[in-house]
Design a protein around this ligand. Structure first.
Ligand SMILES: [Zn+2]
Ligand SMILES: [Zn+2]
Length: 279
């Protein structure tokens, strides 16, 4: 059975107090989502890793089962909204089989989304991307990591692909080439990319061309029109009150650059396995 949802009634990028830099219980997000008319709410807490890799932005690994259990309990409790259990991941090929087997094959999660939040080069390991210098090397590192992440085949959605705008300030040949690489990759693998509502509400930065958002980047999304890709609008909420409003901001951004947001389809097998796709 396939059920198709109107894009304005879906949010697949939601955090909570679990990650340590968000607030609110999962149940508070559900209440607001229902009050404000969402039909699908996907929880996508930052994925804790074995050995607690990338500890600055995620729950301790020991809490993962509790988080997953709570997501699933909430779905049993609330039959009038579809609640999906997911995680937002950073990718490293060392963990590929753990993502595949422990999270996906076991049906612990319904879906995984991925972005690039940390980079490693010859002198620093796992540094948050905002702290990288405004240079081409860092931009290339980001782009390669984003492409490797999408190419892993593990993820339903690439989130904030234009997050490089946090540290790379120009829209020049280099930014254009890297953006094209990311868009080409998403298009050829048929993985949707996300317009991120959280970025729309973050402080602006000063660049040579004046003040602009860190992300989403208007130039990136204008360029996306040259590619056949699905685009999704999410809130990336870290507070219950943002769960719908920031998604609406992302939809308004899409309208302002003339982009159409794809619909989420959820296919459920007789065995209860879930497959998410966009059309
Ligand atoms: Zn976060
Ligand atoms: Zn993120």
């Amino acid at each position: 059975m396939v059920k198709k949802f109107d894009p304005s009634c879906v949010n697949l990028h939601t955090h909570s107090y679990y990650c340590g830099h968000g607030i609110g219980e999962l149940s508070e997000y559900v209440e607001i989502a229902k009050e404000e008319g969402l039909e699908v709410l996907g929880f996508s807490e930052h994925c804790p890793m074995p050995h607690n890799r990338w500890p600055g932005s995620r729950m301790h690994f020991d809490r993962l089962e509790q988080y997953i259990g709570q997501c699933k309990e909430l779905q049993l409790e609330h039959t009038d909204i579809t609640l999906l259990t997911g995680l937002e991941c950073d990718y490293d090929r060392d963990y590929h089989s753990w993502y595949q087997e422990y999270l996906l094959d076991s049906n612990r999660v319904d879906y995984l989304i991925a972005g690039v939040h940390y980079l490693t080069n010859e002198s620093v390991t796992d540094r948050y991307i905002q702290h990288f210098p405004n240079d081409k090397k860092a931009l290339h590192l980001y782009t390669n990591q984003y492409i490797e992440t999408l190419s892993s085949g593990l993820f339903n959605l690439g989130v904030h692909p234009d997050l490089f705008g946090m540290f790379y300030y120009e829209w020049d040949e280099e930014a254009l080439a890297c953006s094209k690489s990311i868009l080409e990759c998403a298009s050829s693998l048929d993985i949707p990319l996300e317009i991120n509502g959280y970025g729309l509400n973050k402080p602006t930065i000063n660049t040579k061309r004046g003040k602009r958002r860190q992300y989403p980047l208007i130039d990136f999304w204008q360029l996306s029109k040259e590619y056949s890709i699905s685009i999704v609008a999410n809130s990336d909420a870290h507070r219950p009150k943002d769960v719908v409003s920031q998604a609406q901001d992302a939809h308004l951004f899409a309208t302002s650059v003339n982009l159409t947001i794809s619909s989420l389809n959820i296919e459920t097998s007789i065995e209860g396995d879930m497959n998410l796709f966009f059309s």
